[in-house]
Design a protein. Structure first.
Lengths: 223, 248
């Protein structure tokens, strides 16, 4: 437990000092909203279109973080240092997933208000708790799958290409469930309730992939 | 070792596939609804089932590799996924032809089975680039196995998720509700399925035998002291581990 805390602290401190990932991801999402404004030629979106724009943007912003997640470990000998320490290797998986989760939450603190101001037609204030819940559930899924894909890709020669190619298909079920769950919250006619099966799908998918990542992660570190 | 039994197996595959096609064209009745084009179903569906099972088999073999550390399991897993990918192209093409004929479009998005298959196919299309870009063969085998296991578990999950999301328009032949295939159609379908399964096993064995033979050839060359010929082109395929009678 203290290992995980130490590793997360290291990642967050590194991010606070270098500011490598989160500002870039936040800037990327805001820019993407502008691109969507011109690409769709609309000044406001609602319903399924709004939920699609939001999730596609968040997903691609997450890709930036996923690409960079293990880079410092690889280039500056973090893997070696970690492998030399007498600690459980799963700690690295959990701490990286937590760090990515924290990055995603930080990005959404900027990106979601920016989305509401720039593009969203109806106000989501009535459905805030549901929206937050879905965001957190989807973030957990992106964090787990992103960490696994990033760990798979970081040792390859074409890291920046492989990570998104691996992560995107694996994340399609997350996008399906998150986008479907968000759609009724952003309707022009006011928020409607979310069908329960989407949050349940998200939660189950997160859980299955957490177990799967836990089972296979050790093999990515052996050297 | 992989060459053993190849001839009877190939013969059995040829016979079963020929019988399947004969049944398809001369025995199975024309579908009242779709007519002749429905017969593509006897190729499309068995191919899809066999390809998906091949992906899952690849995952099981990858588990074998991670558990035992035996690189031959990695090669088996690689070959299974490779053959399944080739069948996957066939599934997408025949599916598109069927969709064009019966719905008038080459691609139909509200059809969960086809869409899930595409997602699975796109994921597995990353398998070879992933192998390609890892130099160290031991690490390549390990990472490929991790990928194969993750993707193998993703196959059923993805089908569930996409099916939840879409309407249920795909003809589901063997499910509880749509399983009302008349007897002669069912027989034809099962023979086609058996033929396609045999085809998969045969192709798998052929590729394994070829990989094994070339590894043996390499070892013999090395034993003779001849100069090692440079490998022609890079390959993502795993190198077969040296056979037992290797030069010391």
């Amino acid at each position: 437990m203290s290992t995980i805390a130490a590793l997360v602290r290291k990642d967050l401190r590194l991010e606070l000092r270098t500011r490598e990932s989160v500002p870039a991801m936040a800037l990327f999402s805001v820019t993407t909203f502008v691109v969507f404004h011109f690409g769709l030629d609309r000044s406001s979106v609602a319903g399924d279109l709004a939920s699609g724009v939001l999730w596609v943007t968040l997903l691609f912003a997450a890709m930036l973080g996923i690409n960079r997640l293990f880079v410092a470990e690889r280039e500056q000998g973090g893997f070696d240092g970690f492998l030399l320490a007498p600690v459980d290797r799963t700690a690295l998986l959990i701490s990286k997933a937590l760090a990515l989760f924290a990055f995603l939450v930080a990005v959404e603190l900027v990106a979601v208000p920016a989305f509401v101001v720039l593009l969203l037609g109806p106000s989501p204030s009535g459905a805030l708790p549901e929206l937050l819940g879905i965001l957190l559930l989807a973030d957990a899924g992106i964090a787990i799958i992103g960490t696994l894909a990033s760990a798979l890709a970081v040792q390859t020669a074409a890291r920046d290409l492989i990570a998104p190619l691996l992560a995107l298909p694996l994340l399609i079920p997350v996008v399906i469930a998150a986008a479907r769950a968000t759609t009724p919250l952003l309707l022009e006619s006011g928020a409607e309730s979310v069908a329960l099966r989407w949050p349940v799908t998200l939660g189950l998918y997160d859980m299955v992939f957490a177990l799967l990542a836990y089972a296979v992660f050790d093999f990515l570190l052996e050297d | 070792m992989y060459g053993k039994g190849l001839r009877p197996l190939s013969l059995a595959t040829c016979l079963t596939l020929t019988a399947a096609f004969a049944l398809v064209f001369f025995y199975a009745p024309l579908d009242a609804d779709q007519g002749f084009i429905q017969k593509i179903f006897y190729v499309h569906v068995p191919m899809a089932i066999v390809a998906l099972l091949g992906f899952v088999a690849g995952a099981v073999m990858a588990i074998g590799h991670l558990r035992t550390g035996d690189r031959r399991w990695d090669m088996r897993s690689y070959v299974a996924i490779h053959v399944s990918l080739i069948l996957g192209v066939g599934v997408l093409v025949t599916g598109a032809i069927w969709a064009k004929a019966s719905w008038g479009h080459w691609w139909v998005w509200d059809e969960p089975t086809l869409v899930s298959f595409l997602i699975v196919f796109l994921l597995y299309a990353t398998y070879q680039p992933l192998r390609f870009s890892i130099e160290d063969p031991e690490r390549q085998a390990r990472y490929a196995s991790v990928f194969a296991i993750t993707a193998g578990a993703f196959v059923p999950l993805n089908f569930l998720a996409v099916r939840l999301a879409e309407s249920l328009a795909h003809p589901r032949v063997l499910s509880a509700t749509g399983g009302a295939l008349p007897g002669d159609m069912r027989l034809t379908f099962l023979v086609s399925l058996a033929g396609m399964g045999l085809l998969f096993v045969t192709l798998w064995k052929y590729e394994m035998a070829s990989k094994h033979a070339s590894a043996q050839l390499r070892a013999l060359r090395r034993k003779l002291g001849g100069e090692e010929r440079a490998a022609t082109g890079r390959s993502a395929a795993p190198q077969a581990p040296l056979p037992i009678r290797q030069a010391s």
